[in-house]
Design a protein around this ligand. Structure first.
Ligand code: FAD
Length: 594
């Protein structure tokens, strides 16, 4: 039995898989007051070498979990990607030179995945809304049970002795990696995006300085494609493509391995290096044909697999978690309509697919072909690198603008569907990162003095209003509105690129709506009213907040009512708006406990 859980207990969310995506998702839910049970078939985290890079958007997501200073302490910035020919001459360079990107972090951040996973687990232990059970695997899911206390029944098995236990969940997140059981259980299939190569990955430690350019080195030699990078102080990563029939042991013999490392280690003696770990991986490109079935969702490698050429596999998984968790928390807490859950797949799948395809394309361009191809590559890349913008675009896996839909207002030439940048602003004399000012819920960023109607609409949405001013001055901002001085002018000029005066921002920092009128927010307030049908009326909220209450021992109180929304579904836009005194979305902002 899982400590604290009896057979048949109900949990708001069951997370299957305690890899980085599952643990991050559980943290995000806990931060919004949603209790989770996380199970993983292994007792501890996966120790072998994997992700080493996240971009600035994803560093920002991690900031929301562990804090910006911790992200900075965990990572080192990298300077971009250099393509080398077989003789290690530079063919092209894609630089990441800006010390801080628009999202408040360096554009490329290097780290060691086990360090990140350890940090995420430590944070999870501190949040108190989560039980993490190692050595427990999911074997089956059932969403067809009539009269069940919650929409999904999970059958779990303790690895040590094979005992089985049923847990009911309001929702299940399948974060169980490439060979996902959850994916099989909902009948989703992986679509092949046609890439498969075997690579050997080796992590090495040394006290000596390798004196190498501080970015990712990609050796574009079809005979032995290789990648090199510094991942942390004194720690380096090499990856070598394996030939057909070649086994890792061939390359790992000391004489052979150090021969391969020699272009970087030069005359430093082999004894100065310690091989920390090595593993063979088959890099594949795949995407699930379905990402959710009713209350069961796929995230991370369970939903998509990419070769790591642009370092985006984990990044995509963390973007999934950031997109889904605020919606799910809102629905479980009765603050949002079930229908918003349908936007998870429609918003995330196209981006994930585009990123996987880009990685495949770049992988082929960088390392594919025979000797003749290598020669052509050298000439073509030399030319392309002189095309303005080419070198900066190549590495971008930037969040694409979301198309208008349920949670993104229409507006062709507007900021809707885009991420808000994260500059520093000054609030009450203190320099702060924008996200820390916006908080965890909805927000309204405005250049205008918000009028009463906008303030009322913000209250209904549970949104914090942040008024952006150019310089400190006499307070002409209403109470309950935060005044942020845009010292560097970043926010003001970003708003002005689309003549926006104010924007409504979702908890995942995507712009939901904008106004170009300086009318105190009257128009924007009307837009918000138009959107609040997605927020159920207060009567339904009362029904849905009867969620399980953890007892002092952490044991779930049984007899929990299923959420007020039907398991199969979408209750649909009812056109309701809220009574003025109700503030159901407040729980999204304040993290009311489930
Ligand atoms: C060599 C290499 C380099 C990479 N480099 C990068 C990079 O630089 N940047 C980047 O963004 N990404 C990179 N990636 C990809 C990244 O490592 C993965 O995308 C990431 O680990 C996926 O996380 P996840 O939580 O989705 O899955 P996983 O980390 O695979 O975790 C899944 C978990 O689910 C558990 N599980 C599975 N089945 C069950 C079950 N039935 N019941 C219970 N538990 C179960 C497993 O034990 C596991 O702990 C790289 C990958 C490799 C291999």
């Amino acid at each position: 039995m899982i400590p604290g859980y009896r057979d048949g207990d109900v949990v708001p969310v069951l997370v299957v898989g305690a890899g980085p995506v599952g643990v991050a998702a559980a943290s995000m839910l806990a931060r919004r007051g949603v209790r989770t049970l996380v199970v993983d078939r292994y007792p501890d985290l996966y120790p072998l070498p994997r992700a080493v890079h996240v971009d600035d958007e994803v560093a920002r997501i991690l900031q929301g979990i562990v804090g910006a200073d911790t992200v900075t302490a965990l990572t080192i910035p990298a300077r971009g990607l250099r393509l080398l020919d077989a003789r290690h001459r530079t063919m092209a360079e894609f630089r990441r030179d800006r010390p801080i990107g628009v999202h408040g972090h360096p554009q490329a951040n290097m780290f060691d995945q086990p360090d990140l996973e350890r940090l995420l687990r430590d944070r999870l232990a501190g949040v108190g809304q989560v039980t993490l059970a190692g050595g427990v695997e999911l074997v089956a899911l059932d969403q067809e049970q009539e009269g069940a206390p919650a929409p999904v029944r999970a059958t779990l098995r303790r690895i040590a002795d094979g005992t089985r236990q049923h847990i009911y969940a309001q929702a299940v997140l399948g974060c169980d990696g490439a060979n996902s059981t959850v994916r099989d259980e909902i009948g989703a299939r992986m679509l092949d995006l046609h890439f498969e190569e075997r690579w050997l990955v080796v992590d090495v430690r040394t006290e000596r300085d390798l004196d190498a350019w501080d970015g990712v080195h990609q050796v574009c030699d079809p005979r032995r494609a290789a990648t090199f990078m510094r991942v942390a102080p004194g720690r380096y990563r090499w990856e070598f493509r394996l030939h057909e029939g070649e086994v890792p042991a061939d390359l790992l013999q000391p004489g052979r391995l150090f021969g391969l490392l020699r272009p970087w280690t030069k005359d430093i003696p082999d004894e100065e290096f310690e091989v920390l770990r090595s593993a063979e991986y088959t890099f594949r490109a795949r995407i699930a044909d379905t990402w959710c079935d009713r209350r069961v969702f796929l995230l991370g490698d369970a939903a998509h697999l990419t070769p790591p050429f642009i370092g985006q596999g984990l990044c995509a998984g963390l973007r999934d978690a950031a997109n889904l968790t605020w919606k799910l928390a809102g629905v479980l807490q009765g603050a949002l309509d079930e229908v918003v859950l349908g936007t998870y797949e429609s918003e995330r799948a196209p981006h994930a697919r585009a990123v996987v395809k880009k990685a495949v394309m770049l992988g082929r361009v960088m390392t594919g072909g025979q000797d003749g191809a290598a020669l052509i590559r050298r000439v073509v890349l030399g030319g392309l690198c002189r095309v303005p913008g080419f070198t900066t675009r190549v590495l971008d896996a930037e969040f694409p603008r979301l198309t208008p839909g349920l949670l993104v207002a229409a507006g062709r030439w507007s900021l809707t569907g885009r991420l808000v940048p994260q500059p520093w602003v000054t609030v009450d004399g203190r320099r702060r990162r924008l996200d820390d000012v916006l908080g965890a819920g909805f927000s309204i960023v405005t250049l205008d003095v918000p009028g009463p109607s906008l303030q009322r609409a913000a209250r209904r949405l549970g949104a914090r209003i942040v008024r952006v001013v150019g310089a400190p001055g006499p307070a002409i901002t209403p109470e309950h509105v935060v005044t942020a001085v845009d010292d560097d002018g970043v926010l003001t000029s970003w708003l002005r690129t689309r003549r926006a005066v104010a924007v409504v921002v979702r908890p995942d920092r995507v712009v939901l709506a904008q106004t170009t009128r300086r009318d105190g927010g009257v128009g924007l307030a009307a837009d918000i009213e138009g959107w609040t049908w997605a927020i159920p009326p207060a009567s339904r909220l009362a029904a849905t907040t009867q969620a399980p209450v953890p007892t002092a021992s952490g044991v779930t109180a049984s007899g929990v009512t299923a959420s007020g929304v039907t398991a199969s579904g979408v209750t649909g836009p009812a056109g309701q708006t809220l009574g003025e005194s109700a503030s159901p979305a407040r729980s999204i902002l304040n993290g009311a406990s489930l």
